[in-house]
Write a protein of this length. Structure first.
Length: 187
């Protein structure tokens, strides 16, 4: 053992009332962690490494809901996820292991992931904004030739407004009815 080194499986720092406010340790699976707790003993921030090689940081609110996570998976993909006051993931940004962006997600009622947007079918990045029920309402992305496109969608996911540039750099502005037929277009 090195001089001046203290070894233990865990350490806890307590406040004047004996409440654990910080902990450093190794979980039952051998994974190390560091956590910070509030005065009521709720974990508000935790950083850790998992047995599979992944690493993460989770930040919770005063009600105990995880509101932000930053992670690196064992496959090399990285992500930042942000949750609402109910702990439901509302936005996620990241890169898959090959470097392709994964800019948004929708969650199930139970908070589980049901669909992840990464690249549009033609391979271009797309960003989605979601409402409280997890429905995508706005998509901003690039068309296959690299032209920027903004799409506004109904609560049922139907595109009703399209704004962007076509492949020649000319502006496109289109209103679409419930059947997907243009009702107004400019130019």
């Amino acid at each position: 053992m090195k001089r001046g080194v203290v070894r233990a499986k865990g350490f806890e720092v307590v406040d004047d009332n004996g409440v654990v406010r910080a902990a450093v340790g190794v979980g039952s699976d051998g994974s190390p962690f560091f956590s910070l707790q509030d005065g009521d003993g709720r974990v508000r921030a935790r950083i850790g490494l998992n047995a599979d090689g992944s690493a993460g940081l989770a930040i919770g609110d005063s009600g105990g809901k995880v509101r932000a996570t930053l992670g690196l998976s064992s496959d090399g993909s990285a992500s930042l996820a942000l949750g609402d006051k109910n702990g439901k993931i509302r936005a996620k940004f990241g890169l898959v292991s090959e470097g392709a962006p994964t800019p948004g997600l929708r969650s199930k009622e139970d908070g589980g992931v049901s669909f992840v947007y990464s690249l549009a079918e033609q391979g271009s990045p797309t960003l989605g904004l979601y409402d409280e029920s997890g429905k995508v309402r706005l998509r901003l992305g690039l068309a296959s030739e690299g032209s920027p496109i903004l799409r506004l969608l109904t609560k049922d996911g139907e595109m009703r407004v399209l704004i962007g540039l076509d492949g020649d750099g000319e502006p496109v502005f289109r209103f679409v009815d419930e059947n997907g037929k243009p009702v107004w277009t400019a130019p």
